[in-house]
Design a protein around this ligand. Sequence first.
Ligand code: HEM
Length: 145
Amino acid sequence: MDPTLLAVLGVCVRWIHIASVTALIGGFIYARFVLAPALVSLPNTERELAGSNAVRSFRPLLIAALILALGSGMYNYASKASYPPTYHMWMGIKLLLVLHIAASAIIYSVRQSSQAKRNRTELSIVISGLVVIAIATYLRYLSLK
Ligand code: HEM
């Protein structure tokens, strides 16, 4: 493929990857640390209803972000020119955490549960997401070293 085209594709896919994971993890940070505290002031039935309505609104974005993150991530991984020592090990750890994020996010978006349960799931996804971003940044450092 033409090197310029390959470079443009690489930049575009990297943008898709970073934008999709920003929407995904950012969405859960908002749900847990902005929406959840705001819902506390509501009476119980209204809180549960507002919480499940928010999940229903988040679902299309959540699924789209997951699919784009996975697709662009696989392209990023497969199209790398070289893999520095320990890269595959750290990517393996990253992908295990991504599996937790993806499984929890999909169950969160389809299963009816209480607001308290949603808050716990949101927090666990935020923690895994921030650890994954830290590993991704380290992978970038390893690649540029
Ligand atoms: C929730 C899921 C994910 C999050 C939060 C995430 C986060 C990130 C971030 C923030 C970067 C940019 C790091 C930088 O440039 O400093 C990145 C890069 C990358 N991601 Fe992901 N990612 C996710 C899923 C995936 C998946 C599923 C794969 C592979 C199948 C993947 C493979 C990669 C690769 C290969 C890079 C480039 C790292 C390098 O420069 O060598 N990511 N990821």
